[in-house]
Design a protein around this ligand. Structure first.
Ligand SMILES: *Cc1c(COP(=O)(O)O)cnc(C)c1O
Length: 376
């Protein structure tokens, strides 16, 4: 562990992950299943360790974006069902069977192709029917103009040989924004489920609640919730009421002061000389840069925390380093820890606001060269 902490590292707390898991579970009635998202390397937290921890905690399902992510988690020994929410070329039917991976089924051509390949391979592929109720991305289209056709197609898909239609789901596009639009999507979802039921087919797992719906709309839970970002302690929108659920950020990004130097007034600092000292200034060089996913857009804007005090980034963030002003922080020396994204101070949300983005993105872009160190 010490060796991983020589430059910049991400501390991932399994205790805080468990805290969030239990508090999210506590929102749902007994019997509601829990699908934990581990796509995009578990939002930068490390897919395999997070998947193993969620399995240990009792998650019923795991969600990924693509087959490589699913296989990575399976090969690590995780037995929990895994749902691929994105597209998989039907050519990979045999891998879906071999690794026992559930696939989202998003249109009739894909369903027929997957069915034929499963039959040929002599296996069965578990699928969840994906409904597009207003996200306008993947899924059988369930808007007024298309729902009759989609009903027929879904009725066909769920009866295809080689496929086992275990679930049906949809994805909300604005559940952290418009309640009206979210409920319109939810009603379209209930409508298609009702139509298919009338046709004689019932799904075991109906699901639609992402993070925002999980904390805002209990009516949408149905058989399973599908939380992503909230598991990692962040709200989908930083203006959401933190009272909705007691969550703790799981990841802290930390670095070590590489060196400290004092320069006179009128000294330009870093590429492009975008900032020049106004006074004699003590600068700490921090070994983190945009090559680590620590955004160049933070230049002259973000503050990091050293000895519990804020040190503003001075000049441009380079690929591998940046400089921070520690003139007013006593006794900063080589080897001191700098907190870049923290739990009690300097939250990642601050960086997200500067970059005009969301916490999801800053976590996902943390580079491979940043070791993830698992604590607690
Ligand atoms: C990513 C994703 C989620 C989780 O979204 P969060 O906002 O992180 O909760 C749920 N469902 C689908 C289909 C997704 O792609």
């Amino acid at each position: 562990m010490e060796a991983q902490m020589k430059r910049t590292w991400a501390e991932v707390s399994m205790k805080r992950l468990a805290h969030n898991y239990h508090n999210l579970r506590a929102l749902t009635p007994q019997g509601t299943r829990y699908l934990g998202l581990v796509k995009a390397d578990a939002y930068g937290h490390g897919a395999v360790p997070v998947a193993k921890e969620l399995e240990k905690l009792g998650a019923d399902y795991l969600g990924v974006a693509c087959i490589d992510e699913a296989i990575e988690v399976r090969e690590a020994g995780v037995k929990t069902p895994i749902l691929i929410l994105g597209c998989t070329p039907a050519e990979y039917a045999e891998d879906l069977i071999k690794y026992d991976i559930t696939q989202a089924c998003y249109d009739i051509d894909f369903a027929r192709d997957l069915s034929a390949r499963a039959v040929k391979a002599g296996g069965t592929i578990t699928v969840h029917i994906q409904c597009d109720t207003g996200m306008t991305r993947l899924g059988f289209q369930c808007d007024e103009g298309n729902i009759d056709r989609s009903e027929k197609e879904i009725n066909e898909a769920v009866r295809l040989p080689g496929l086992k239609a275990e679930g049906i789901f949809t994805h909300f596009s604005d559940s952290d924004g418009s309640e009206e639009y979210t409920m319109m999507q939810f009603n379209r979802f209930l409508d298609i489920i009702g139509r298919v039921k009338k046709g004689g087919f019932e799904f075991t797992i109906r699901h639609c609640a992402n993070s925002a719906a999980t904390v805002l709309y209990p009516a949408t839970y149905l058989d399973m919730i599908r939380p992503g970002i909230v598991q990692f302690g962040h709200f989908p929108d930083m203006n959401m009421d933190p009272g909705l659920c007691d969550l703790l950020p799981v990841l802290e990004l930390k670095s070590r002061v590489a060196t400290v130097r004092t320069v006179p007034a009128n000294t330009p600092v870093s590429y492009g000389r975008t900032n020049t000292t106004q006074r004699e200034t003590k600068l700490a060089v921090i070994p983190v840069g945009y090559g680590d996913g620590f955004c160049r857009g933070f230049s002259n804007k973000l503050e990091v925390s050293i000895h519990g005090q804020h040190a503003p980034i001075f000049g441009r963030v380079c690929m591998d380093m940046c400089m921070v002003d520690v003139t007013d922080i006593p006794d900063v020396k080589e080897g001191d820890t700098a907190l870049l994204y923290g739990v009690d101070d300097v939250p990642v949300e601050q960086g997200a606001e500067i970059m005009n983005t969301i916490s999801y993105e800053l976590l996902c872009v943390l580079a491979k060269r940043i070791p993830r160190v698992y604590v607690d």
